[in-house]
Design a protein around this ligand. Structure first.
Ligand SMILES: [Fe+2]
Length: 286
C-alpha cells in the first residue's frame, strides 16, 4: 500500500549491557529498504547514560540518518538523575551528556509538508512532578509539565491544516497491558492535556511492551524495546507508520530470532481524527 507519509518508530534500544546487537544491526540494514521519511527514537537510547553507550547510540543515529532525518528525545535512562536531585535550576547537569552527543534540544520539532513532529519532554529524573508515593517509581516515572504541553499545543495550532500532528514522548501514555503501569505521574491530567493538544498521534515507549490503541480519537503507538528486556518474552518489534488522507496504518516489524531479521507482521489501521482534505494537501505541497 502506498502512503502519503511514513516513518519508522523505535524505542528503548538501551545501548549498553542489555542491547541486542543482532537486532540493532538488522534494523540498520532494514531501514533503507523501508524508505521512511523520518526515523523517530522515543528515548532510552542508553542503559546508564555512559559515554560508551551514548557514543554507540550516536553511531546508530548517524547510520540511520543516511536514510532520513532522525528525531530523537531522551528517556529516563538517558538522564543522569543522580545529578542534583531536587535542586531547582540545577537540571541542566542531568542532560549534559545526552546533549553532548545528540544536541541541545530535548524536545525538537521537525516539519515536513505532510506532517509536523514535535516532542514533550517527560524525562525529568528525580523531580517533584514525577514523584509518587511508591519508592520504586523514583527516577522511573515521568511527568508532563504544563509548559511542555502548552508549547506543543501552540505548535500544532499554528501548523497547516494538511499537516499530520505527531507528538513524541518517552513515557507510555496508556497503561501497560502486562506491567499494568502508567508511565506518567498524574496520568489522567497528562492524558487530558495530550488529547487537548491537537495531536493526531502519539509515539511513546518506556513500558517495554508494544501496544497500539486510541485515546479519545488520538492514536497512541507505544513501541516495545529492541533490547534483551522485552516484557513477557514477547518478540521485539518496531513500527512503520503510514499516513494517508483518511487513515493511520501502524505496521509491526517483528524480530525473528532464528532468521535474525525483522519481518512484517500485523497492521493496525485507524481512521484519522481529522480527515485531511485533498485540496489542503495540494495547496500546502504546491
Ligand atoms: Fe524508559
Amino acid at each position: 500500500m502506498e502512503f502519503g507519509f511514513s516513518l519508522v518508530h523505535v524505542s528503548d534500544l538501551h545501548f549498553g549491557g542489555v542491547a541486542d546487537l543482532y537486532q540493532i544491526e538488522a534494523l540498520e540494514t532494514v531501514i533503507p529498504d523501508i524508505e521512511p521519511r523520518v526515523i523517530v527514537i522515543s528515548g532510552d537510547i542508553s542503559q546508564r547514560a555512559r559515554h560508551g553507550e551514548l557514543q554507540r547510540a550516536r553511531a546508530f543515529v548517524r547510520e540511520a540518518g543516511r536514510t532520513a532525518p532522525v528525531f530523537i528525545i531522551p528517556g529516563n535512562h538517558d538522564v543522569q538523575w543522580w545529578w542534583r536531585p531536587f535542586i531547582p535550576f540545577g537540571s541542566a547537569a542531568k542532560y549534559r551528556k545526552y546533549r553532548q552527543y545528540f544536541g541541545h534540544e530535548l524536545a525538537p520539532t521537525l516539519e515536513f509538508p505532510e506532517a509536523i513532529i514535535t516532542a514533550a519532554n517527560t524525562s525529568h529524573g528525580v523531580a517533584w512532578g514525577s514523584l509518587t508515593p511508591r519508592l520504586r517509581d523514583v527516577a522511573v516515572k515521568g511527568h508532563l509539565p504544563k509548559g511542555e504541553i502548552d508549547r506543543v499545543r501552540k505548535i500544532f495550532r499554528e501548523a497547516d491544516e494538511s499537516q499530520t500532528r505527531i507528538l513524541v514522548m518517552h513515557h507510555n501514555l496508556l497503561r501497560g497491558e502486562l506491567s499494568k503501569r502508567m508511565g506518567l505521574a498524574r496520568w489522567q491530567q497528562a492524558q487530558r492535556r495530550v488529547v487537548e493538544s491537537g495531536a493526531d498521534i502519539v509515539l511513546c515507549g518506556h513500558d517495554h511492551q508494544d501496544g497500539v490503541d486510541t485515546l479519545d480519537g488520538v492514536v497512541v503507538a507505544c513501541a516495545g524495546t529492541l533490547s534483551g528486556r522485552s516484557r513477557g518474552a514477547r518478540a521485539p518489534l518496531f513500527y512503520r507508520i503510514g499516513f494517508d488522507n483518511r487513515g493511520v496504518h501502524v505496521e509491526e516489524y517483528q524480530w525473528n530470532a532464528t532468521e535474525r531479521m525483522f519481518r512484517r507482521a500485523d497492521v493496525h489501521a485507524f481512521a484519522r481524527r481529522r480527515v485531511i482534505h485533498e485540496e489542503a494537501v495540494r495547496s500546502s505541497i504546491g
